[in-house]
Design a protein around this ligand. Structure first.
Ligand SMILES: Cc1ncc(COP(=O)(O)O)c(C=O)c1O
Length: 418
């Protein structure tokens, strides 16, 4: 063999060997990547089927929404000239039984605008549930940005609060110079931290009459109002007739990519337009988003029942799981959220969520498949799972199998450790 042929063979051999090593290395690297929970690259890799139950905010717009967005007629909405935004606002006001509505980028901004408009004078106060989204998860924007003081009520397990406690918290001694002025009471429907609980209409009715008696406005954070309406089998306006204003998210179970509707009286919405601009929420050709929002409002409500059904199926399966690792109050599963506890002290909610996300050799052997189920540790030592349009009945069954597998694996491990 001449030198050049020998070196060519050596070169080919080297490439062959190095490619084998490299591809073996890559396979190993993939395994490491895929097996480690919380890995963003693995999350997007698509190697295992993923059932994402972290939140109903993870939905992506489907074909109909995308094509409506692409074809939307638009204009400058700060000039009030976006026809698609105007149409969405009219549809929403009508659906909610309110005089007017406003498209707002997010639920957080929408709630903040409501607080700013209802509590306009320095020293105004709002009354709010201590476990409400507005109080816990919105960075105290009402104090930080609007200068509004809050007083809290104890949130009850069904998402309501005690109306006698409410009456006791109203500042009856105003205008005595020591006190702020009670102006607003906020409710959340469905109640997120409490696991998607639906506020009873009778509660809203009583709240409304107390608010009228003391001259308070009632604002509903109805991020998931449509879930409440579907669960009760009523038109949204039947719930909202007991509130002065409402904020409804289009980007949760209804599946739009962004946007919230704030609705109320004409005068309230005129002021809300000003507050939205001050907060930087005046958008221009936002009809592109409103086109998706219209589909969300008009076409997506009916499918929420499917989410509620799947959530109930999952919750029931947890109660029937052998070994009995899970505790769920089935009566509390009213909509698309399931909150459950782990019965064993040795397993924390965050470790449990890791186990649900990990795919192990054992799982593939036992179930003949690997499924990553994503959930979040939640309030007071619970775990939360949320259903939405990205989760089918089959996905729900896969999540159930995984929960059963984790329970069995945990029992085995505990037995081995003993
Ligand atoms: C009850 C409730 N209100 C308000 C919000 C805030 O919505 P956004 O994320 O659009 O700001 C959320 C978000 O999850 C929510 O669950």
């Amino acid at each position: 063999m001449s030198v050049s042929v020998r070196s060519l063979v050596r070169c080919v051999k080297f490439r062959w060997v190095s490619e084998r090593i490299y591809s073996g290395y890559m396979r190993a690297a993939d395994q490491v990547r895929l097996y480690r929970p919380g890995n963003a690259a693995a999350r997007g890799s698509g190697a295992w089927h993923t059932v994402d139950l972290r939140s109903d905010t993870v939905t992506e717009p489907g074909e109909a929404m995308r094509s409506a967005m692409a074809q939307a007629t638009v204009g400058d909405d700060v000039f009030g000239e976006d026809p698609t935004i105007n149409e969405l606002q009219t549809v929403a006001a009508d659906m909610f039984g309110m005089e007017a509505a406003l498209f707002v980028p997010t639920g957080t901004m929408s709630n903040l605008i409501a607080v700013m408009v209802h509590c306009r004078e320095r020293g105004d106060e709002m009354i709010v549930g201590d476990l409400s989204h507005l109080h816990i998860y919105e960075q105290g924007g009402s104090a930080q940005l609007a200068g509004v003081h809050s007083t809290t009520l104890t949130t009850l397990a069904d998402g309501t609060f005690d109306l006698e406690q409410l009456e006791s918290k109203i500042r009856h001694d105003y205008p005595d110079a020591h006190y702020p002025r009670s102006r607003l009471v906020c409710v959340e429907n469905t109640h997120t931290i409490m696991g998607g609980r639906v506020l009873p209409v009778s509660f809203l009715q009583q709240l409304h009459s107390i608010a009228d008696k003391y001259g308070l406005a009632v604002h509903m954070d109805g991020a998931r109002l449509m879930n409440a309406a579907v669960a009760l089998g009523v038109h949204p306006s039947a719930i909202l007739k007991h509130c002065h204003t409402v904020s409804v998210c289009l980007s949760k179970g209804l599946g739009a990519p962004a946007g919230t509707i704030l609705a109320g009286s004409k005068e309230f919405i005129q002021r809300a337009v000003r507050a939205r601009k001050a907060l930087g929420g005046g958008m221009r050709q936002s009809g592109i988003l409103a086109a998706a929002g219209k589909i969300a409002l008009l076409d997506m409500m009916a499918r929420l029942e499917e989410d509620h059904r799947n959530a109930r199926t999952f919750a029931r399966a947890l109660t029937e799981c052998d070994p009995p690792l899970y505790h769920v109050d089935l009566a509390s599963v009213e909509t698309n959220i399931v909150c459950f506890c782990l019965r064993v002290p040795g397993l924390s909610p965050s470790r449990f969520c890791e186990l649900m996300e990990e795919v192990s050799e054992e799982e593939i052997e036992a179930l003949d498949q690997g499924v990553r189920v994503l959930m979040f540790p939640h309030f007071r030592g619970t775990v939360r799972a949320v259903w939405h349009l990205g989760i089918s009945e089959e996905d729900t069954q896969l999540a159930i199998k995984k929960a059963q597998f984790v329970a069995q694996r945990f029992r085995l491990k505990s037995a081995r450790d003993r």
